[in-house]
Design a protein around this ligand. Structure first.
Ligand SMILES: *[C@@H]1O[C@H](CO)[C@@H](O)[C@H](O)[C@H]1NC(C)=O
Ligand SMILES: *[C@@H]1O[C@H](CO)[C@@H](O)[C@H](O)[C@H]1NC(C)=O
Ligand SMILES: *[C@@H]1O[C@H](CO)[C@@H](O)[C@H](O)[C@H]1NC(C)=O
Length: 288
């Protein structure tokens, strides 16, 4: 009797204790060679992102408002996504009225570029898989009446984005899918779409086969394993260039979106990112 009680007590205790372990266990480590690591170590000082002297992860100069520092743009919610594990943390990219880059008065933008990425660099060659997770901040919602670019690879000559992860109302298209994320090729053809989840992490990976001009999209929610949701879709990936992750908000009511158009005042918007990295998939490896 006593033994029985003890056994069930131990069993009950281990069930309780198992919960946090299970939670940790279902997070994942990247398993392929990392080409660019954009994961932010826990307890990184915001000012780390402001200068080349400290910032070993992203380009400190691009792409952001002229009169605002990364330490003012980036927020650090106490949260982690599937590939952040115990050592990395979420980073939120925000927009304000100061988010005007150079003389691009139509856009509001703040985009992270991997420090080691270059227009003719490794990121645009071979077979690479870009990973990122996103979560919405109820205190800084996006205004989905507008078109947003959130993650993309921009060709070296800046003439187009070979692949783009977008939100909101795409200019010139129906806004029926404005509450969805959309992954589009450089011609605007849709490779995948999924509703924006206002509560949970959404994890994405894009395998870019620059040799075969093929794209595979992987997706999962929360801490779940990624699954291929769109496989070996043809897309013209030529032209090199660089990745960018953040927010580029286009204006409304403009035919010259870079330079003019309507943007509401007192902007306070954000997109939370986690688990950002680019891995080498030349041998077929993709972290799931
Ligand atoms: C961060 O969140 C964890 C659990 O989610 C909590 O234990 C910890 O106290 C939080 N840290 C801060 C600084 O709020
Ligand atoms: C969203 O954007 C539209 C178009 O710019 C604007 O009219 C509206 O006021 C914005 N909504 C909020 C909540 O800012
Ligand atoms: C996609 O392409 C890869 C590499 O070329 C190949 O190994 C795989 O079998 C293809 N998958 C499908 C479902 O066609």
């Amino acid at each position: 009797m006593y033994t029985q009680t003890l056994v069930s007590l131990v069993a009950a205790a281990s069930t309780v204790l198992a919960a946090p372990h299970l939670h940790k266990h279902i997070r994942a480590e990247p398993k392929c060679p990392i080409v660019f690591d954009g994961r932010v170590p826990l307890n990184t000082a915001p000012t780390f992102f402001d200068t080349y002297a400290t910032n070993t992860i992203f380009n400190p100069d691009y792409v952001k408002g002229n009169d605002i520092k990364w330490s003012e743009i980036l927020k650090f919610p106490n949260d982690t996504s599937r590939f952040d594990g115990d050592k990395y943390t979420a980073v939120e990219v925000t927009l304000s009225d100061k988010s005007i880059f150079q003389k691009q008065n139509g856009f509001r933008r703040a985009g992270l570029q991997f420090l080691k990425d270059a227009s003719d660099g490794e990121g645009g060659k071979g077979v690479k898989t870009l990973h990122w997770s996103v979560k919405q901040d109820p205190a800084r919602p996006l205004n989905l009446t507008h078109e947003y670019l959130n993650v993309w690879h921009e060709a070296g000559d800046y003439s187009s984005n070979q692949i783009q992860f977008q939100a909101g109302s795409i200019i010139g298209k129906s806004n029926a899918d404005k509450n969805n994320f959309k992954i589009l090729d450089r011609n605007g053809a849709q490779l995948y779409t999924i509703p924006i989840d206002q509560k949970n992490w959404q994890n994405f990976a894009l395998k870019l086969d620059y040799n075969k001009n093929q794209v595979t999209v992987y997706y999962s929610v929360g801490a779940a394993e990624l699954k291929a949701v769109s496989t070996n879709k043809s897309a013209n990936l030529a032209g090199g260039g660089q990745f960018q992750l953040g927010i580029l908000k286009k204006p409304t009511g403009s035919t010259d979106v870079v330079n003019n158009g309507y943007q509401s005042k007192n902007l306070n918007e954000g997109q939370i990112y986690g688990g950002i990295f680019l891995e080498d998939s030349a041998d077929g490896c993709v972290s799931l």
